[in-house]
Write a protein that binds this ligand. Structure first.
Ligand code: NAD
Length: 276
């Protein structure tokens, strides 16, 4: 079994992003909008700030509390759309349920949509001509490329159907000529599918949902899940799969660091789009 080392690969990508950023006339700027008080989001935003600093990029943070009117958040995003110094804009999710998340996301100019979550970006993935692939699926694809994991003709099973991870990675795997099965909370007899997966991508958020009895010999296992339990972080996949799989992403240190690196990469793509 070989570990798919997202920490190492993301460090390499950050070096490349930094070199690119240093070669630009202006400092690339990422704007992050947060709404409410989600604890995990605070950690993620701080990680994004650190990553931007490491790569000689700037991060602007606009933080709103839960009493803020939706129109005020939309107004700020429209201002950021117009601001030529801002290259990428993200709305840190989740936001409180009272807001219309889709409406706020769709206010982001598709040329600055570095999280790839506007309807336009998502539609482009469907058409196989994406500009911005959402950061987590993009990170998984980078892992496949770096470790030369070819998907053509292989059976990829994706568990979890979110717009953020499951659906875009399903489409990107189809674009790479895989045969894809999508499983979710209503799937009956999950094992039937996981046992047949050459590549298993799990994005659910349930500690150790998958163990070695549920996978095929030599399967490639991509564990996206993150569950925080009593201060410890767990993936969706039990580490016992290591005795049976060919490749496994560790949690932490697999998909997570790749997600942040891809946000930086998407911001560079945005910079280039806006400055060509
Ligand atoms: P989500 O939380 O929006 O949805 C979870 C999905 O899991 C749903 O589609 C649901 O149908 C499915 N599901 C729930 N219970 C199931 C079960 N018992 N069997 C099969 N499917 C089931 O999804 P998300 O936003 O994609 O997040 C999924 C997990 O990935 C979370 O733990 C999240 O923290 C993590 N995540 C990690 C990263 C990273 O960078 N590592 C990025 C994004 C999300």
């Amino acid at each position: 079994m070989e570990k798919l080392d997202g920490k190492l690969l993301s460090a390499k990508i950050k070096d490349e992003v930094k070199a690119l950023s240093d070669s630009y006339k202006q400092t690339p700027i990422l704007a992050v909008v947060t709404v409410g008080d989600d604890e995990a989001s605070k950690v993620y935003v701080e990680n994004k700030r650190k990553a931007c600093e490491q790569c000689d990029m700037s991060m602007m943070h606009f933080s709103y509390d839960e009493s803020t009117r939706e129109s005020e958040i939309i107004k700020k995003i429209k201002e950021l759309n117009k601001d030529k110094s801002v290259n990428g804009i993200i709305l840190q999710l989740p936001i409180p349920k009272k807001y219309n998340t889709k409406k706020i996301l769709n206010t982001i100019d598709p040329k600055k949509d570095v999280d790839g979550l506007t309807d336009i970006s998502q539609g482009k993935i469907m058409g196989g001509n994406s500009t911005f692939v959402p950061c987590t699926p993009k990170g998984i694809l980078e892992i496949f490329d770096y470790y030369k994991i070819d998907l053509e003709g292989r059976h990829v099973v994706v568990i979890g159907r979110s717009d953020l991870v499951g659906k875009p990675i399903m489409l990107e795997c189809i674009n790479r000529n895989a045969t894809v099965t999508m499983c979710h909370s209503k799937t009956k007899n999950l094992e039937k599918y996981t046992k047949d997966a050459d590549v298993l991508i799990v994005a659910v958020g349930k500690k150790h949902l998958i163990d070695k009895t549920m996978i095929k010999d030599n399967a490639v296992i991509i564990d996206v899940g993150i569950s925080r339990i009593e201060g410890k972080i767990y993936g969706d996949v039990n580490p016992d799969v290591e005795s049976k799989a060919s490749y496994v992403t560790p949690v932490p240190g697999g998909v997570g660091p790749m997600t942040v690196a891809m946000l930086l990469k998407n911001t560079m793509i945005a910079y280039e789009l806006q400055n060509k």
